[in-house]
Design a protein around this ligand. Structure first.
Ligand code: 5GP
Length: 176
């Protein structure tokens, strides 16, 4: 375990097992649809890679990088990298590492629907329901977690720890 991690919440094996379960549900719901999986950079990359291995459908992929300003009470987000393709008529599954306040995904979802996506749903590896301030839910949730700051499997602190093969709670002395 990394010296700055206090506790491991989910191991690589548990995450892989969860990805298999989520992929089954996704295949069930999307087998007759035009599925486009959209990863939100950068945190979703390891989860998207693991999950998509088990999604046995003709799925296409794209990526978006958006940032929202902390502490500002507005839905405004900046698009740092937009999708490469048109979304009109596509069934989009947004892939996130963690759903917290819901601000990012609320804005992205509204934007993609406005562009003519046939549907927009969310799959998130982790759900911090206590943190929610926007009325949005993920259709597929890996794990519900308490309100702690977690790192690993894509999640960073100061751009570090994304490569940890597990999700763990960061020691408080690292960020206080
Ligand atoms: P929100 O749902 O608040 O718009 O934003 C979710 C984003 O907040 C995530 O993609 C992630 O970047 C960040 N975030 C929220 N909670 C945590 C956490 O516990 N650990 C890390 N590393 N990032 C988090």
């Amino acid at each position: 375990m990394h010296r700055n991690v206090k506790e491991i919440l989910y191991t690589q094996e548990e995450i892989t097992q969860k990805c298999k379960e989520l992929a089954k549900q996704i295949m069930n719901d999307y087998h007759d649809k035009n599925l486009l999986m959209v990863g939100l950079l950068k945190g979703s990359v390891p989860f998207l890679a693991e999950l998509s291995k088990f999604v046995n459908l003709d799925v296409t992929f794209d990526y978006m990088d958006v940032s929202s300003y902390e502490g500002v009470e507005s839905k405004a987000i900046t698009i740092k990298k937009d999708l490469d393709q048109e979304v009109k008529g596509k069934d989009i599954l947004l892939v996130e590492d963690i759903l917290d306040t819901g601000k990012t995904l609320t804005t992205v979802k509204a934007m993609l629907l406005e562009r003519g996506a046939a549907s927009v749903e969310i799959v998130t590896m982790l759900d911090k329901k206590e943190g929610r301030t926007y009325p949005i839910e993920a259709k597929y949730v890996g794990f519900d977690i308490p309100n702690a700051f977690v790192v690993g499997f894509g999640l960073d602190f100061d751009e570090k720890y994304r490569n940890l093969p597990y999700v763990g709670i960061l020691k408080e002395e690292c960020y206080l």
